[in-house]
Design a protein around this ligand. Structure first.
Ligand SMILES: [Zn+2]
Ligand SMILES: [Zn+2]
Length: 300
């Protein structure tokens, strides 16, 4: 096959961006990628002097790429610090904190592990053993969210950096639309009191570009999928969107924009209450404690 030249410098291209019409070589791809992530950070004022940023690191391509990018961006700054942490949900044969640790330490970043077992006294494998795997993603998601927040606060983290990419974000918006979940679409994006603010530097970058950036820079990231991740709606939405966006390449950006516009008209962040039993903030009810009481009751 003849080599296609980069649209900017005529060196061999490694990727074609359908939405921009550009073929890019390695160095122009990396420059384009990093400038998009930096622009997202600037636009949202996501990082300010004095911040201690915690990267939630699964060891997969997105979070490993994010840590690499943040080290490159902030590694020389003395007024901003970085740590990585990994939540071990207790899924045998899937989560291996050593993968994330090796990558973090290879980048010179302190790595902090935390497990469902230590904090909640139960693993996802045990939850699935009791409840089946139909709702495992919702249990796991709620518990992981709280544990990330607890660990972040314990380690003085001021921003929680998540590796979500454009595909993830667009899927989430479309899922809320398809479920008719107006509350979630209109929910303000700011963090409630007691919740460490979250930042998503890759939210405007397509998944395949995050994967390529990871392949170019990181060795040995985790490629497995969670054995319980057959969240049917998300898989359907992913397929639908991939198919549609192939013909209409701007679709994912439109959806993410829509999500941001809607959350912007949702008003102020509602005041959170503090849960009496776990001490964490919640709005409505503490889903963590409700779920734990459902699964812990007859475990003993
Ligand atoms: Zn080039
Ligand atoms: Zn609680």
């Amino acid at each position: 096959m003849p080599e296609i030249p980069c649209s900017k410098c005529r060196r061999p291209a490694i990727i074609f961006q359908r939405y921009s019409g550009l073929h890019l070589c390695r160095s122009h791809f990396v420059a384009d990628f990093e400038s998009k992530a930096k622009r997202a950070i600037r636009q949202h004022r996501w990082i300010t002097p004095g911040d201690r940023i915690g990267v939630a690191m699964s060891g997969g391509k997105d979070s490993s790429a994010l840590l690499h990018f943040l080290v490159k961006l902030l590694g020389k700054r003395h007024d901003i610090s970085l740590v990585a942490f990994t939540i071990d949900e207790g899924i045998q044969g899937y989560r291996d904190c050593m993968v994330a640790r090796r990558i973090a330490e290879g980048l010179g970043v302190e790595h902090i592990p935390a497990s469902f077992e230590d904090y909640f006294g139960i693993t996802v494998d045990q939850i699935v053993g009791k409840k089946g795997d139909r709702l495992s993603c919702s249990y796991c998601g709620v518990l992981r969210r709280q544990l990330l927040n607890r660990v972040a606060k314990q380690h003085g983290i001021t921003r929680l950096a998540l590796g979500f990419n454009l595909d993830d974000e667009a899927q989430s918006v479309l899922m809320n639309v398809l479920r008719g979940d107006a509350d979630r679409l209109l929910r303000p994006s700011g963090a409630a009191e007691g919740l460490v603010p979250r930042i998503k530097p890759f939210m405007y970058i397509p998944e395949r570009e995050v994967a390529l950036y990871a392949l170019l820079h990181i060795e040995g990231f985790e490629i497995g999928r969670c054995p319980y991740s057959h969240n049917a709606l998300r898989a359907d939405v992913r397929n639908l969107l991939n198919d549609y966006a192939w013909r209409h390449p701007a679709t994912r950006y439109s959806l993410v924009n829509l999500g941001e516009r809607l959350s912007g008209i949702g008003g102020d962040v509602p005041a959170a209450a503090i849960c009496e039993s776990c001490g964490e903030p919640f709005i409505g009810e503490c889903r963590t404690c409700r779920m734990l009481s459902e699964v812990l009751d007859d475990l003993c």
